[in-house]
Design a protein around this ligand. Structure first.
Ligand SMILES: O=C(CO)[C@H](O)[C@H](O)COP(=O)(O)O
Length: 238
């Protein structure tokens, strides 16, 4: 495996080993890093005969849970989760996140909001930043109702600057369609922002479903490092 893949695995294993216990309901994130967390969950369930249920954050996460024969649940049956583990596209010094590179931000935010502990896993490359936008250049993903994408784009750029573009599909003509049958905008912002305010303001624009800004949600981040160690980041105490 490449160095970055090894690092993803280190972070994922550390999160599962430190935060998952018997008799828990666990939120399962989306992306390429979470694959290692589900591998580890499945191994621990087998070895330790853990009794846990998993709530997915996407179609992909649901497939992972089913492929590993883990117990699949949902927020109807488990509206309170003990822990949720997910990847991120960028993490800043305060543990504010950009998520949604994989387009699953709305379900991810709902599941994270239902968890007592929300734990982020990432590799050292391109994600561990002092401020958002330092390394992640694709902008903030924003899920929108399809008919509103043009006015939402214009409102965001008028009020907050930068550029916003409809995310286009790669192996299909036309836009990316989310698990919720919506569209995605990627807002490339200029410079520093007050993320708490910007997140709240964008959410209030009619047609916006949610943003990929996760403010005051993550309790801890694990970064798998190049040298095989795992770095832990907790939010600075205000
Ligand atoms: O927010 C996400 C999907 O909506 C993912 O968690 C994020 O894109 C990280 O993915 P990866 O682990 O593949 O880098």
């Amino acid at each position: 495996a490449t160095m970055a893949e090894e690092a993803k695995k280190l972070a994922a294993y550390a999160a599962v080993d430190n935060h998952v216990q018997n008799n828990q309901a666990v939120g399962v994130g989306s992306g390429s890093t979470i694959v290692y967390a589900v591998d580890r969950l499945a191994a621990r369930v087998r070895q330790e005969k853990l009794n846990i249920v998993c709530v997915p954050t996407s179609f992909q996460a649901r497939q992972l849970i089913l492929q590993h024969s883990l117990a699949l649940s949902d927020l109807d049956r488990h509206p309170q989760l003990d822990v949720a583990i997910d990847g991120a596209d960028e993490v800043d010094a305060d543990l504010t996140l950009i998520k949604g590179g994989g387009g699953c931000l709305t379900h991810e935010k709902i599941v994270a909001s239902c968890a007592k502990h929300f734990i982020v896993i990432a590799d050292y490359s391109r994600k561990d930043s002092k401020v958002l936008g330092q390394q992640w250049k694709k902008g903030v993903p924003i899920e929108v109702i399809p008919m509103a994408y043009v006015p939402v784009c214009r409102t965001i750029v008028r009020r907050f600057g930068g550029e916003a573009h409809l995310r286009m599909a790669v192996s299909k003509a036309g836009p990316v369609v989310t698990d919720n049958s919506n569209f995605l905008l990627d807002w490339k912002f200029d410079g520093a922002q007050n993320w708490r305010e910007v997140n709240a303001a964008i959410k209030m624009i009619p047609g916006v479903v949610d943003t990929g800004l996760f403010v005051d949600m993550a309790e801890r981040a694990y970064f798998g490092m190049e040298d095989g160690s795992v770095q832990v980041r907790d939010p600075a105490v205000a």
